[in-house]
Write a protein that binds this ligand. Structure first.
Ligand code: NDP
Length: 391
């Protein structure tokens, strides 16, 4: 029987994965992991008869044990337990932890030759060359789950990457698509965490509003498909129906379309190379009537400009960028900095760090990526106090 695990099972991607897994009787669930929502983690583990449930937090272990009492599901907690879970022999692993915390379990799963369904975009942004190399060396495989990258992957089936002229990834534009820069300065947390077309976790929803999400995706596209940054474009498409387009050297463009429902990309990765029936809503063009496209505005959304600079810098710029972005997001969520201050903080952190030769060195070792991540977090933390007058 095919063995599967889900890292980040209690999140938005995790719940969609759970929905698909719970419709199947032909899979053996090895491990499910979560963070603080141990009640839900235990429910999922019972329902799927998982071998193991892991919470990332040691202090959540007693509650997880209680919730699993009598179920036969093993309980574990902490960073090492997450790594041990990723080391358990498994055929297919969903990587859906949010943030840089998702990197190590993904690398471990690839190291044992598993297929990694990769939702955690931070993995490729911080350690793209290392992930790709790890998959190649150990016979593992990465299947993209981000909807845009799944779309590109699907449009490339049977094609030669050398014939690709351009890739266009779409962005909904988020809730602030038509806001002026002055209005964006005052955007609140409540306004930023409501997405017009996708239902997602809080962090990626805010990243979508600032377009840091699209910035991560630009870098992810470069890392996964090995394209030149100049070949990767972004276009605003408010309906979120076209997820990506691939343009070939003969001028043809292949578009991938679907209703905004992550179960499509997750299900594609779960069933690949087959296409199985999926419980996703179908497109109705008569109801839709119209699809709009407009250029992105890097003046109002500096994240896109920063992503281009990061791609040019190479080395550990991706790790520095992601860490600074995560600190900036924490600060915005805590109400300590404004919406556009997030980009200011990321800019300043990169400016400070990228003169350091450690950051420009090629990505080769996980430990170095983690050290660069920590250094960037410390620098961003220090800059917050200085830039925004906090003690
Ligand atoms: P959520 O915030 O909804 O879920 C995150 C998951 O990770 C939860 O299971 C959470 O546990 C767990 N978690 C949080 N912090 C840690 C930690 N430090 N260590 C281990 N586990 C942790 O996120 P999403 O599902 O929205 O996103 C997950 C990833 O997928 C992100 O990288 C995101 O960018 C990417 N993605 C998401 C999409 C979406 O539609 N949501 C689309 C494409 C990509 P708990 O909740 O129990 O605390």
């Amino acid at each position: 029987m095919r063995r599967v695990s889900v890292f980040g099972a209690t999140g938005s991607i995790g719940e969609s994965t759970f929905d698909l897994l719970s419709r199947r009787g032909d899979l053996q669930v090895v491990a499910l992991t979560g963070g603080r929502n141990v009640a839900r983690l235990a429910q999922q583990a019972r329902a799927l008869r998982a071998e193991l449930a892991v919470t990332a937090y040691d202090d959540c272990l007693p509650a997880l044990r209680d919730a699993l009492a009598g179920s036969g599901v093993q309980a574990a907690a902490g960073t090492q337990a997450l790594i041990d879970a990723a080391d358990r022999p498994t055929d297919w692993v969903m990587s859906a932890i949010v943030g840089a915390a998702g990197l190590v379990p993904g690398v471990r799963a690839l190291s044992q030759g598993a297929t990694l369904a990769l939702a955690n975009k931070e993995s490729l942004v911080t350690a793209g060359p290392l992930m790709m190399d790890c998959a190649a060396r150990h016979g593992g495989r990465i299947l993209p789950v981000d909807s845009e990258h799944s779309a590109v992957f699907q449009a490339l089936t049977g094609e030669d990457i050398a014939t690709v002229e351009r890739v266009v990834i779409t962005a909904s534009g988020g809730p602030f698509r038509s806001w002026s820069r002055a209005e964006l300065e005052t955007a609140s947390l409540e306004q930023a965490q409501v997405h017009p077309s996708w239902s997602m976790g809080q962090r990626i929803t805010i990243d979508s509003a600032s377009m840091f999400n699209k910035a991560l995706e630009l870098i992810e596209t470069r890392e996964f498909f090995g394209l030149d940054p100049a070949q990767i474009e972004t276009v605003i498409h408010p309906q979120s129906i076209v997820h990506a387009l691939v343009g070939f050297r003969d001028g043809a463009m292949m578009a991938h379309m679907g209703m905004p429902d992550m179960r499509h990309a997750i299900g594609y990765a779960l069933n690949w190379p087959d296409r199985a029936a999926l419980p996703v809503p179908r497109l109705d063009f008569v109801t839709l009537r119209q699809l709009d496209f407009e250029p992105p505005d890097p003046e109002r959304f500096p994240a896109l400009r920063i992503a281009r600079e990061v791609m040019d810098m190479r080395g550990h710029a991706g790790a520095a960028f992601n860490a600074a972005k995560e600190v900036a997001l924490d600060e915005f969520i805590a109400g300590r900095i404004g919406f556009l201050d997030m980009a200011r903080l990321v800019d300043q952190t990169l400016e400070r760090l990228m003169s350091d030769s450690g950051f420009t060195a090629p990505v080769q070792a996980l430990e170095t990526v983690q050290a660069m991540d920590q250094m960037a977090r410390a620098t961003a933390g220090e800059l917050v106090s200085r830039m925004f007058n906090r003690s």
